[in-house]
Write a new protein. Structure first.
Length: 144
């Protein structure tokens, strides 16, 4: 799919260097350091859709889950110089189109990231599960 000169297509760990650069540009520190680990994570992902400008990766959405009952949008990231052009919105539309009937469509972002929270609300995601009674539980990171 091509929109406004941006091509959207699936990709995998073969683009780990470009992926790594996007994480660096966006200061997503937790992904930096171990490219082999990053490759394994991408190889185990269920769906990765990228946005490409003249063949260069400028953003992507990466999903994990079982493709039946749950999909978790692990990453939605766009090169800062390409933000506010509708790329993130289109990536999320493509993910949503791929999983139209999934029961648990999950995405987590930092509570204090006003930009991300406003974006997710603007594309129709809800922070309160539309009245569905759920709690969120997290385990603290264990030492490696």
């Amino acid at each position: 799919m091509v929109t406004d000169m941006i091509e959207y297509r699936e990709f995998g760990s073969e683009l780990v260097d470009e992926v790594y650069q996007l994480y660096e540009k966006n200061e997503w520190e937790s992904y930096l350091g171990d490219k082999d680990k990053l490759c394994r994570a991408f190889d185990k992902s269920r769906f990765i859709i990228g946005a490409f400008d003249e063949g260069h990766l400028v953003g992507f959405a990466r999903c994990v889950g079982d493709d039946e009952y749950i999909v978790y949008v692990q990453d939605l990231i766009v090169d800062p110089s390409y933000q506010r052009r509708g790329i993130g919105k289109q990536l999320m539309k493509l993910v949503s189109d791929r999983y139209p009937a999934i029961h648990q469509f999950v995405l987590i972002t930092d509570r204090d990231d006003d930009t991300a929270n406003e974006f997710y609300k603007s594309i129709g995601l809800s922070e309160n599960c539309n009245g569905y009674p759920v709690n969120h539980y997290f385990r603290k990171k264990q030492k490696e």
